[in-house]
Design a protein around this ligand. Structure first.
Ligand code: ATP
Ligand code: MG
Length: 424
């Protein structure tokens, strides 16, 4: 026998036992996004490599070492998208969606990063992302953070997540701060690891969120970015905080939160949890007022976030929040006797017409009562509807309950829809 083929490392199948929880999460995400007036946009999975280099930044983990980049048959350099914001801005510019107008968009789908696979970190993973264009005031920052907070409430995980908030100020303020930070880091150079030494020269703010404890210890007493803010930047951040306070949303201000992508300015945030081990960030985002113009559009303020669906699913599973998801099948229909299966299939069709959303598995493959009942038991159905020659003659069905203690019963055909409705 030839060797069984395997999926690419870090790229997972989502099996039928797992899809119900994915669908539940996706339904909540869609519903909450629409409830704030956001519309779905779908972008291609492959883009020109230049798009990501120009937007995410050359000196970032993603562009330096995580992208799936290849030349296609024409010799064009293409990349499997590592995130959605760049594509969303590209699409918005290309189709004139962002020019002098507001736009509230969301998307969902696979992203690709060549990272070391581990729990909560994969090479193909799925993000839900949401972006608002054309609004520069702090009200939209706060509203989108409120939207994320609603997501956690609807998913039942709000007690297990914490909001971290920071402001990165304007480009100019960051540039001034960068100079001061480099002076500080140069003095501490001996205490930095190789990565941070390199970053000090290329992207010094990234040293601030190094995960290395020694580097973090060396950063005590480092200059603070917020000391470089002008009145406008201060007022913007205060406006976000004021609105979150009014909405009763708790947050921790983390002045080391700088995010791994270059395009952010002003407000940045992350939702973190300690119920997932090392991969504790489930959702991250912020303001990126320069990106639309940087990618060839008219200057347009923007705010957005992305969340990792795998990490949410892992959290829901480990917190046992996914136990009462509706089963795949509600009813299993059994037809016994000469030609009864044909009639049973037609009755099933009729019940699907009458009872919207009912999930009926009609037995196929023949066999006696014992075999068919065995299949019914194995299905996730709550009841089996048994139709034999007698039942057919008297226009009735026999109901056998597959879970719990209930007596078998006979129902007339007219009574069946009411029973089916009670199962949904
Ligand atoms: P991390 O610090 O965990 O590497 P990141 O800053 O690279 O995250 P973002 O680019 O902000 O992540 O992506 C937003 C969200 O997407 C993350 O908070 C996380 O939930 C999810 N995510 C990112 N990379 C992966 C991955 N390789 N596998 C699974 N989920 C991921
Ligand atoms: Mg990362």
């Amino acid at each position: 026998m030839s060797k069984t083929l395997q999926a690419v490392r870090g790229m997972n199948d989502c099996l039928p036992t797992e899809t119900p929880i994915w669908q539940m999460v996706e339904t909540v995400l869609r519903r909450v996004a629409s409830s704030y007036g956001f519309a779905e946009i779908r972008m291609p999975i492959v883009e020109s490599t230049g798009l990501f280099k120009r937007s995410i930044g050359e000196v970032t983990d993603i562009v330096e070492k995580e992208m799936y980049t290849f030349d296609d048959r024409n010799g064009d350099s293409l990349t499997l998208r590592p995130e959605g914001t760049a594509s969303c801005v590209r699409a918005g510019n290309q189709h004139g969606l962002l020019y002098n107008q507001e736009q509230r968009l969301w998307y969902m789908g696979p992203m690709f990063r060549h990272e070391r696979p581990q729990k909560g970190r994969y090479r193909q993973f799925h993000q839900f992302g949401l972006e608002a264009f054309g609004i520069g005031t702090p009200d939209i920052d706060a509203e989108i953070i409120m939207l994320t907070s609603r997501l956690w409430r609807e998913l039942g995980i709000n007690e297990f997540v914490t909001l971290e908030l920071n402001s990165l100020g304007s480009n100019e303020e960051r540039a001034n701060y960068r100079d001061a930070l480099v002076v500080f880091l140069t003095e501490k150079e001996e205490q930095l690891d190789e990565d941070s030494k390199r970053r000090m020269l290329t992207n010094p703010l990234r040293v601030l969120d190094s995960k290395n404890k020694d580097v973090q210890a060396a950063l005590v007493g480092a200059p603070k970015l917020s000391d470089y803010f002008d009145e406008e930047s201060k007022a913007h951040f205060a406006g976000v905080c004021q609105r979150l306070d009014a909405a009763g949303i708790n947050y921790v201000i983390n002045d080391r939160l700088v995010r791994g992508l270059d395009y952010y300015n002003r407000t940045v945030f992350e939702w973190v949890t300690d119920s997932l081990g090392a991969q504790g960030t489930i959702c991250a985002g912020g303001r990126y007022d320069g990106l639309v113009e940087q990618l060839g559009g008219k200057a347009t303020p923007a705010f957005g976030f992305a969340l990792g669906i795998e990490r949410l699913v892992l959290m829901l599973t480990s917190l046992e929040k996914a136990n009462n998801i509706r089963a795949q099948v509600d009813v299993y229909v059994i037809g016994l006797g000469e030609g009864v299966d044909i009639k049973a299939a037609l009755l099933s069709e009729q019940w699907r017409d009458q009872v919207k959303d009912i999930r009926i598995q009609n037995h196929c493959g023949g066999g006696n009562m014992k075999k068919q009942m065995k299949r019914a038991d194995k299905s996730s159905a709550q009841v089996a509807i048994i139709i034999g020659e007698d039942e057919l003659a008297e226009q009735s069905v026999t109901i056998k309950y597959l879970r719990g203690q209930h007596e078998q019963q006979k129902l007339s055909l007219e009574q069946v829809p009411a029973l089916l409705n009670s199962l949904i």
